[in-house]
Design a protein around this ligand. Structure first.
Ligand code: GTR
Length: 348
């Protein structure tokens, strides 16, 4: 009996030593992530949060350096770097993935989500998982969705209904879906990277752009175009994508750690986002912007048929749209976060 337990103890000790040796031997992993926004932006803060969690949970073995302010390139460029394995992680709007893995157009579709709650439930659930998974074959492991609020049009004049966007030159993200959305509004789509939009608006190369309030504020677009009209036509979320090439070189345990840390950072991101929406709203109003709330959203919604006809063509896309529409709202959940409680409606 004594002999057996001594043996068992020795075996346990050996296993323990092996584990220690394994942990000590496990390679140090220094990950790099890219984001076009500055250090205070909710997406960048969330990425840093993910990095802190990873360091804590591995005693500093896995670290994550976040390159903000587009230091490593535009969204399109960094998405390409991730595919090649030259960069580990990229945080972009999902629209930057549209041309690479077409099913990502689904959550960017106009007027798909009824509210922030609806969007969260759909993306946290099976539809969200399936959309991220669709990028694996293209070289991307989708780790998480971050909040991006609702996108609306801002221009030098107020937009009250579809009639006002007729003939307008609207900057859109470089994605076929977005060109189609602007065209459906009767506008001329001008796709370009975010970094060029300030100058384009200032010089009149474009009349308008569309984005959420934190972007309107963060990119200083409110300095040059003063009317932010709440069309709230899309809730295209942000995504965090990991290089599939790099992923394949990681142990299963490290993959799980990275996935977990990314999921945890989503919770922080939602808090950062809610705060930032309020702060940005206050800033743009203080900076002289007018938030136009009397917008006939239905006139925009009714015009989006051609976009759905063009981008919801496969069985998978149709099933996903239906699955998302069928997601039930949380009873008593707050409606779509209106960005402008104290907004001053512009006169027609
Ligand atoms: C923002 C998003 C950026 C970028 C930008 C754009 O809302 O955070 O990643 O996609 O929109 O319009 O280019």
């Amino acid at each position: 009996m004594m002999r057996v337990s001594k043996l068992a103890a020795a075996a346990l000790l050996a296993i323990g030593c092996l584990n220690i040796v394994h942990a000590a031997d496990a390679p140090k992993i220094e990950l790099r992530a890219s984001d076009v926004w500055d250090d205070d932006y909710p997406t960048v803060r969330a990425l840093r949060n993910m990095g802190e969690l990873l360091s804590q949970r591995t005693n500093g073995r896995i670290t994550l350096k976040v390159f903000s302010n587009g230091a490593l390139g535009s969204e399109k460029e960094t998405v390409e770097q991730v595919k090649l394995g030259a960069l580990d992680i990229v945080r972009v709007n999902i629209s930057a993935m549209n041309n690479t893995c077409p099913i990502t157009a689904v959550p960017a579709l106009p007027f798909l989500f009824r509210s922030v709650d609806h969007m969260h439930k759909a993306l946290d659930g099976a539809p969200g998982e399936e959309i991220l998974k669709s990028c694996e074959a293209q070289g991307y492991i989708g780790l998480a969705y971050y909040d991006s609020g609702a996108r609306s049009i801002y221009a030098k004049k107020p937009v009250h209904s579809l009639a006002d966007t007729k003939g307008m030159k609207i900057r859109v993200q470089p994605s076929d879906l977005w060109v189609s959305v602007a065209n459906a509004m009767g506008a001329n789509a001008t796709p370009m990277p975010l970094g060029e939009v300030y100058t384009a608006l200032k010089t009149g190369l474009t009349d308008a752009a569309e984005n959420n309030i934190p972007s309107y504020e963060g990119a200083k677009h409110f300095e040059v175009v003063k009317f932010y009209s709440k069309t709230e036509h899309s809730m295209a979320p942000e995504v965090v994508m990991f290089s599939a090439k790099k992923w394949a070189s990681l142990s299963k345990a490290d993959q799980a750690l990275i996935k977990e840390a990314a999921k945890s950072s989503v919770v922080q991101n939602r808090k950062y986002w809610a705060d930032r929406e309020n702060q940005s709203l206050a800033k743009v109003i203080a900076g002289g912007a007018t938030i136009v709330t009397d917008v006939d959203k239905k006139s925009f919604q009714d015009a989006m048929g051609p976009v759905y006809a063009k981008f919801v063509t496969t069985d998978q896309a149709k099933a996903l749209v239906k699955a998302i529409q069928d997601v039930k709202d949380t009873p008593d959940a707050a409606p779509a976060k209106a960005a402008a409680p104290a907004a001053k409606p512009a006169k027609k």
